[in-house]
Design a protein around this ligand. Structure first.
Ligand code: ADP
Ligand code: MG
Length: 735
C-alpha cells in the first residue's frame, strides 16, 4: 500500500517555504511610493480622465447621483476614453463582470481587437459592448426563470461602480461591473435588487428628513463596511485533503491538542509568511481602489481578517466580491490556499462576514451617530427605533438572507451568533428608550471617563455602547453590525433585505409624521411619538445579554421571536405569502424573482450537501478505511508472531480490537450514509426538492457528523506516519 508510512514531506515543504517579496513601486527619486500615489491606479475614474469632456463628466455625475438615464452619446465618449486608458495601461481584453446567483462572480473575456472599415486591426470597445452583454442565461442558476431554448440574458453596465484592471502575469483585463437580467427583465443576479433597495432608501429617507425639518437634504446613501474572515492553509497540505478541494471544509479531523484554548492567536503577531501575503494583498487592493484598512489574526489558529473603510453599499458589495477573489488569488501566490468557507474546521471558530451598515446624508451626517447627547437627539432615536421595528418585523427574512449550507455549521455554534435574530443596543440606549416609552424625563447619562490608574496613558471615554460579540445584529456606536452573514456569502442579499425592511418602516413613519404635522404638532413632538410607537411595538427584539445561552433560546421563544435553526427553515420563508407580498410591494423583488431565488437556494443546498456526502464516502473507502485495515494487518501479524514466541501481546491485541471495532463501525455507517443519500436524493428526482433539502439537513448532515467523530477516534490511535491525510495540526499550524 503506497500510503503506508507516508513521508509527510508536505510538512517540511510548508515550513521551508520562503516569504514572497513583491516589487514595491518607487518614484523618480527611487523612493518607495506612498499609498496615495498608487491608490486607485487600476481604476477608471471618469471624474479624473482627461479624455472625458467637462460636459460629459457633469452628465455622468448626474446619471450616478440622480439616476437620470444614460444617453448613447455619453456612453460613446466613455467607451472611447476607457479603451484608451485600458490599452495604454496594458490591457488586451475586457469583460462584463457580474454576480449571478451562484454566489460567485462571472466573466467572459473579449479582446479589444476589432477591424477598421479598411480591414486594419485596431483596438476598440464599442459603445454597445460597453453597455450590454449577452451571456447565456440558462447556464447560470435562474430558478426556472429561463429554460434552455429561450436562454437569452443580458448584462447591463452599472455606471455607478467604476471599471477596473485586473493584472495577470501576462497582461491585463478591463472589468466592467454589470447587472444580469433575463430576457423579460427579471433580475438573475445580486446587484439589481440591491440597487433597487438603495434607490428606495434614498427617496423614502430623504422625504423623512425633509418632513422633520431638514430641508437641505436631497440624498441618502446606504453605507457599508464588510469585515471579511478567512483561513490560510499551506498549499501543499491543502492539496492532500480531498475534502478541502471538493467542499472547502474538512469532513473529518481530530482537533489538535492545542487549538484556540489559550486565546493566543487573536490579535497576535502575524506570522511572517502571512504578513508578506497581507502586504501584497493590501497593495493590489489599494491599486484597485479597494480601501483596505485593517488586518489581523482572528481567534482560531490559521484564521485572519481584513476590513475596508466603509463606502456606499453597492460599491461595498462589488468590492467584497472582488476582495474574495483577490484573497484567493494572492494566497496561491504566497503558497497558501485561502478558505472562505464558514466552517472549515470542527471544534474551532468558523468565519463570518460582519456587515457594518448605516445611513448617511448629502451633508455628510451619519444618521446613526448619537452625537453628544443621544437622550434628546430625536432624529437619531427615531431612526434607531425605525430600524428596531424593521428588524423585529422581518427577522425571519433576515435569517433567510444568510441561509447557506456553510452557515448552518456556524449559526448557533459556539462562537457565532445564534440563528435567532435579536438586536443589541446597550444599556444606555435602552434606558433612553424606556424613559421615552414611559413618558419620563431622563438625566443625561454622563459619559464616563475611564481611569486607567496611570498618568502615562491618555484618558479615554468609556464607549456608551459596549461590545456584545454574541448578538447577530448589534449597535456598535454609530452603525449596526449584522454578524450572521457567512464568510463566503455575497453581501448583496442581506443588504437588500435589511434595506427593504427599513424602507417599509420609514414609509409608514412618513405617513405617521405627516399626519401629526397636519394636526398642528411640531416635528419634535411627532418624532417623540414615533419613537414611542416603534419602541413599544418592537422592544421584544432587543436583547443585551449572552446570545449563546440556552436561557436565551427559551426566552426568545417566550417573546415569540422566530428561531429558524437550519438554512432550509430560513429559505422556506421565501414561500410565505405575507413575505412575498411585502417584497413585491416594496418594488425590490418581484414574486417571480423570489420564486427563482427560492428554487436556486434549495437546489444549491442539496447540491452542496450531496457533494459533501459523496466526498466523505469516497474518503472513507479510499483513505480512511484502508489506513485502518493496514494498521489491523500490522497488529494482526504482531499478535501472531508474539504468540509463536510465547510473549504477551496484550497491547497489540488491545489496539487491534479497538482498530477493528472502529473500522467495522465506520464501514457500517458508510453503508448507511450511502443508502440514506440515495433515498434522500430520490425525493429530488420525484420533484420534492424542499423535502430533499430538509432531509439533507436533518438526516444526512447528522450522519456525516457522527462518521467524522468515529474517524477521529481512528485517527487518534493510528500511527502518525500511517494516517493518510494531513491533520488539523498540519492545516492550522504549518506556515
Ligand atoms: P470593529 O471593532 O467592529 O472591528 P471597526 O472600527 O474595525 O469595528 O469597523 C468595522 C467596519 O465598520 C469597518 O469596515 C468600518 O469602515 C465600518 N464602518 C464604520 N463606520 C461605518 C458607517 N457609518 N457605515 C458603515 N460602515 C461603517
Ligand atoms: Mg471587527
Amino acid at each position: 500500500m503506497s500510503r503506508v508510512f507516508d513521508d509527510k514531506n508536505y510538512r517540511s515543504m510548508a515550513i521551508n517555504r520562503e516569504e514572497r517579496a513583491f516589487q514595491i513601486p518607487t518614484d523618480n527619486n527611487g523612493k518607495r511610493k506612498k499609498i496615495p500615489q498608487y491608490f486607485g491606479e487600476n481604476v477608471f475614474d471618469f471624474r479624473k480622465s482627461d479624455d472625458i469632456s467637462p460636459a460629459v463628466r457633469a452628465a455622468l455625475n448626474e446619471v450616478v447621483e440622480t439616476g437620470r438615464p444614460l444617453t448613447k452619446e455619453i456612453a460613446e465618449e466613455v467607451a472611447r476614453a476607457v479603451t484608451k486608458w485600458a490599452t495604454d495601461n496594458g490591457a488586451t481584453h475586457y469583460c462584463h463582470w457580474f454576480h449571478p446567483l451562484t454566489g460567485g462572480t462571472a466573466e467572459k473575456h473579449d479582446s479589444f481587437l476589432s477591424f477598421s472599415k479598411h480591414g486594419v486591426a485596431i483596438e476598440k470597445l464599442g459603445v454597445d459592448q460597453l453597455i450590454q452583454g449577452e451571456p447565456d442565461a440558462s447556464s447560470f442558476p435562474n430558478g426556472g426563470a429561463r429554460s434552455t431554448f429561450e436562454a437569452r440574458g443580458y448584462t447591463s453596465w452599472d455606471i455607478s461602480s467604476p471599471m477596473f484592471l485586473i493584472d495577470g502575469i501576462n497582461g491585463k483585463t478591463l472589468y466592467i461591473p454589470t447587472a444580469f437580467v433575463s430576457f423579460n427583465g427579471e433580475a438573475l443576479d445580486i446587484k439589481i435588487p440591491l440597487l433597487r433597495s438603495i434607490g428606495k432608501m434614498d427617496s423614502v429617507v430623504t422625504k423623512f428628513m425633509n418632513l422633520v425639518g431638514h430641508k437641505e437634504i436631497s440624498k441618502i446613501i446606504v453605507t457599508c463596511g464588510a469585515e471579511q474572515e478567512y483561513f490560510l492553509v499551506d498549499r501543499e497540505i491543502y492539496f492532500k485533503r480531498p475534502d478541502l478541494i471538493m467542499t472547502g471544509r474538512t469532513l473529518q479531523g481530530k482537533l489538535s491538542t492545542k487549538n484556540q484554548q489559550l486565546s493566543d492567536h487573536y490579535f497576535g503577531t502575524i506570522p511572517n509568511r502571512v504578513l508578506a501575503f497581507m502586504q501584497e494583498l493590501d497593495f493590489e487592493l489599494h491599486k484597485l481602489g479597494f480601501p483596505a484598512k485593517t488586518r489581523h489574526n482572528e481567534v482560531a489558529p490559521g484564521q485572519f481578517e481584513i476590513a475596508p473603510i466603509f463606502s456606499e453599499a453597492n460599491l461595498a458589495s462589488d468590492h467584497n466580491q472582488l476582495l474574495m477573489a483577490c484573497i484567493k488569488k494572492m494566497a496561491l501566490r504566497h503558497g497558501f490556499v485561502a478558505l472562505l468557507h464558514e466552517k472549515p474546521f470542527a471544534g474551532i471558530n468558523g468565519s463570518g462576514k460582519h456587515i457594518n451598515w448605516s445611513l448617511s446624508d448629502n451633508v455628510g451626517r451619519n444618521l446613526l451617530d448619537p452625537g453628544e447627547s443621544p437622550h434628546n437627539n430625536y432624529l437619531f432615536l427615531s431612526v434607531m427605533s425605525i430600524i428596531v421595528e424593521a428588524v423585529y418585523r422581518h427577522a425571519d427574512l433576515l435569517r433567510a438572507s444568510v441561509a447557506s449550507h456553510g452557515n448552518d455549521h456556524r449559526l448557533g455554534g459556539h462562537e457565532a451568533p445564534p440563528s435567532i435574530i435579536s438586536i443589541y443596543l446597550g444599556e444606555a440606549l435602552v434606558r433612553i428608550f424606556e424613559s421615552i416609552a414611559a413618558e419620563q424625563n431622563l438625566n443625561p447619562n454622563e459619559r464616563k471617563v475611564m481611569d486607567l490608574q496611570t498618568s502615562r496613558l491618555a484618558h479615554f471615554f468609556k464607549d456608551n455602547s459596549d461590545r456584545n460579540r454574541t448578538s447577530p445584529f448589534a449597535f456598535t456606536g454609530n452603525k449596526f453590525e449584522f454578524r450572521a452573514v457567512g464568510s463566503s456569502q455575497p453581501i448583496g442579499l442581506p443588504l437588500t433585505i435589511l434595506n427593504a425592511a427599513v424602507v417599509e418602516v420609514f414609509e409608514e413613519s412618513n405617513l405617521f409624521i405627516e399626519k401629526r404635522l397636519k394636526e398642528g404638532k411640531n416635528a419634535e413632538e411627532a418624532l417623540i411619538e414615533l419613537i414611542r410607537k416603534w419602541y413599544k411595538s418592537a422592544s421584544a427584539i432587543i436583547f443585551n445579554g449572552d446570545g449563546y445561552t440556552q436561557e436565551w433560546i427559551r426566552e426568545a421563544e417566550k417573546r415569540g421571536l422566530p428561531n429558524l435553526r437550519t438554512s432550509i427553515d430560513g429559505i422556506k420563508i421565501l414561500k410565505d405569502e405575507a413575505r412575498i407580498k411585502f417584497l413585491e410591494k416594496s418594488g425590490i423583488l418581484s414574486a417571480g424573482e423570489i420564486r427563482g431565488r427560492y428554487n436556486v437556494y434549495v437546489e444549491n443546498l442539496i447540491k452542496h450537501l450531496e457533494i459533501e456526502a459523496s466526498t466523505l464516502n469516497t474518503m472513507l473507502l479510499q483513505n480512511i478505511i484502508p489506513a485502518g485495515l493496514e494498521y489491523k494487518k500490522i497488529l494482526g501479524k504482531l499478535v501472531k508472531q508474539q504468540k509463536e514466541s510465547e510473549i504477551s501481546a496484550s497491547t497489540e491485541r488491545a489496539l487491534l480490537v479497538k482498530t477493528a471495532g472502529l473500522v467495522d463501525s465506520i464501514y457500517l455507517q458508510h453503508e448507511k450514509l450511502e443508502s440514506t443519500l440515495k433515498e434522500v436524493l430520490a425525493k429530488l428526482s420525484s420533484g420534492e426538492a424542499e423535502l430533499c433539502a430538509d432531509l439533507m439537513a436533518k438526516e444526512v448532515m447528522p450522519q456525516m457528523k457522527a462518521i467524522a467523530l468515529e474517524c477521529n477516534k481512528l485517527e487518534e490511535i493510528i500511527p502518525d506516519a500511517m494516517w493518510p491525510l494531513p491533520k488539523y495540526s498540519d492545516l492550522l499550524f504549518y506556515k
